[in-house]
Write a protein that binds this ligand. Sequence first.
Ligand SMILES: [Zn+2]
Length: 120
Amino acid sequence: MTDQELLERADTIAGRAYAPYSGFHVGCAVLCRDGEVVEGVNVENGAYPLGVCAERAAFSCAIVAGYGPGDFVVAAITASPCGGCRQWLAEMRVERVVFRNGGRVVEMTVDEILPEQFEL
Ligand SMILES: [Zn+2]
């Protein structure tokens, strides 16, 4: 699966977002090493801070399905990931991140998207 195809999967799944407050639908499609794709959407809540980003929804589904850190090749997202999700992308050790930002498609490694990560 190409990055473009994965981003198209993210575009499609974004239609299922629950975003009645912002109206901003985000989709995330994650390609796993075994070829499977796990998807997520943003899920908002009337108590705003309790909402969940598409990336976190996707990785939560992946963990439930039995995947773990290091099992992910590419995460494609319909918008630039927030700071918190950059931490999640690092935690899950995704190799690359592809996302839309304005009219551009950006591809970065996790080290580029979150430099100088905490090390024990
Ligand atoms: Zn986020």
